[in-house]
Design a protein around this ligand. Structure first.
Ligand code: AMP
Ligand code: ZN
Length: 332
C-alpha cells in the first residue's frame, strides 16, 4: 500500500479518520477546489502536470479505483452484460456519425500527427527550436479521443444486425477525454467512465434506468457518501445549446447522483443515468428484434470523482476508513 504518511493533516482541525478537513466557509467555490487539489498533491495522491486536469494517480488512488470497479461489477452481476474494453480512442468516422460535434465541439479532442516529408520535418524542428508554434503543421488522423465510454459500443452492436427481443447490456470502462481544463481536481481532462449500456426498446431502457438509479443510491449509501439524485443536463454548446439543454430537462433524459466534494462549491456529479431515446439509431443502424430503431441508455460511474469523494469523506488513510466501506470495495 502507498505510503500515506504525507496525508494532509490540517492542523488542529483534523477530522476523524485522517480526513481532509476543508476550509470553513468561503464565497468563492474555487477556494475549496484549490484547497482540496493542493491537499491531494501534497499527500502525493495525485501527481500534477503542467496542464490542468491531467494528473498521475498514486497506488492509493488506483487501489480505490479498482475497488470501485469491483463493487460496480458485483452490483451489475445480474445484468449478464457483454464486457467490452476499448482504448481511449475511436474512429473519426464514427465520431462524426454520433453528432458529438453538433452538441459539444468545445469538449472534443482529435488526434493529429506529423505526415510530412524530410523538408517538412526540418521546418518542424526549426520552428520548435525557435519556440514558434508548430502544431498547425500536424494533420488530423482517422482517430479521435473517446468523449464517453459508451460511444465505441454502438457501431459494434449495429454491425451485428437486429438485436434479440431482450436487447443487450454492455459493460464498458475507458479513459475519456474532455477539453475542460480546470483547477477543480474533480474536473479532469482525462478520466475513467465505467458504464452499463442498455440497448433495446424504449420500455427496456426506461426500466433499466429506474433500476440503476436505485442501485446508484444504494452504492453511494454503502460507501457512506452523502448524496442526492437530481435532474440534470449536458453542457450543450452555444446559443442553440440552451434550448437543447432545456428540452433534455423537460423530457427528463438525464439524472445525476451528486456528492459534495469541494467545500463551498456545488456538489459534484459522480454518476449519471441517461436515456438517449433513439438518437444513436440515427447515427448507426441499431435495430430491435422487429427492425425498429433501437433506443439506448446508460449508467455512467465517474471512477475518478467517486475515488475523490471517498478520499474527501473518509480521509487519505485507508486504515482509518470505516470497515464496511473497505469491505464494499473488495476488502481494501
Ligand atoms: P456524463 O457523460 O457527462 O454524464 O459523465 C458521466 C460521469 O463521468 C459523470 O457523472 C462524472 O462522474 C464523470 N465525469 C464527467 N466529466 C468529468 C470530468 N471532467 N472529470 C472527471 N469525471 C468526469
Ligand atoms: Zn454513456
Amino acid at each position: 500500500m502507498e505510503d500515506v504518511s504525507n496525508a494532509y493533516e490540517p492542523g488542529d482541525d483534523t477530522a476523524a479518520g485522517g480526513s481532509y478537513a476543508a476550509p470553513k466557509t468561503t464565497q468563492d467555490p474555487d477556494v475549496g477546489r484549490r484547497a482540496f487539489r493542493q491537499a491531494l498533491v501534497d499527500a502525493r495522491v495525485l501527481y500534477p502536470s503542467a496542464v490542468e486536469g491531467i494528473y498521475g494517480r498514486s497506488g492509493l488512488f488506483e487501489s480505490i479505483a479498482d475497488g470501485l470497479n469491483a463493487a460496480i461489477s458485483k452490483l451489475g452481476a445480474d445484468q449478464h452484460a457483454e464486457v467490452m474494453r476499448f482504448p481511449p480512442a475511436m474512429p473519426r468516422k464514427d465520431f462524426e456519425a454520433s453528432e458529438y460535434l453538433k452538441s459539444f465541439p468545445q469538449l472534443a479532442g482529435t488526434v493529429h500527427c506529423f505526415c510530412g516529408s524530410d523538408r517538412d520535418h526540418h521546418r518542424l524542428l526549426a520552428r520548435l527550436e525557435q519556440g514558434e508554434d508548430w502544431a498547425d503543421q500536424q494533420r488530423p488522423t482517422d482517430v479521435v479521443l473517446a468523449p464517453a465510454a459508451c460511444y465505441p459500443v454502438y457501431p459494434v452492436i449495429a454491425a451485428r444486425g437486429p438485436m434479440s427481443a431482450d436487447g443487450m447490456v454492455v459493460d464498458v470502462l475507458t479513459y475519456c477525454f474532455r477539453h475542460e481544463p480546470s483547477i477543480d481536481p474533480a474536473r479532469m481532462q482525462m478520466f475513467r467512465q465505467r458504464e452499463y449500456v442498455r440497448l433495446g426498446t424504449a420500455e427496456q431502457i426506461v426500466a433499466f434506468r429506474e433500476v440503476w438509479m436505485e442501485r446508484g443510491r444504494k452504492l453511494a449509501g454503502m460507501l457512506e457518501l452523502p448524496h442526492e439524485v437530481d435532474l440534470a443536463n449536458d453542457p450543450f454548446f452555444g446559443r442553440g445549446g440552451k434550448i437543447v439543454a432545456d428540452s433534455q430537462r423537460e423530457l427528463k433524459l438525464k439524472f445525476e447522483l451528486l456528492v459534495p466534494i469541494n467545500d463551498g462549491a456545488p456538489p459534484t456529479a459522480c454518476m449519471s443515468f441517461n436515456y438517449h431515446m433513439d438518437h444513436f439509431a440515427h447515427a448507426w443502424p441499431l435495430r430491435t428484434a422487429d427492425g425498429e430503431p433501437a433506443h439506448t441508455g446508460c449508467v455512467g460511474f465517474g471512477i475518478e470523482r467517486l475515488t475523490l469523494a471517498l478520499l474527501r469523506h473518509h480521509g487519505f488513510e485507508l486504515a482509518k476508513w470505516p470497515k464496511r466501506v473497505r469491505e464494499v470495495l473488495g476488502g481494501l
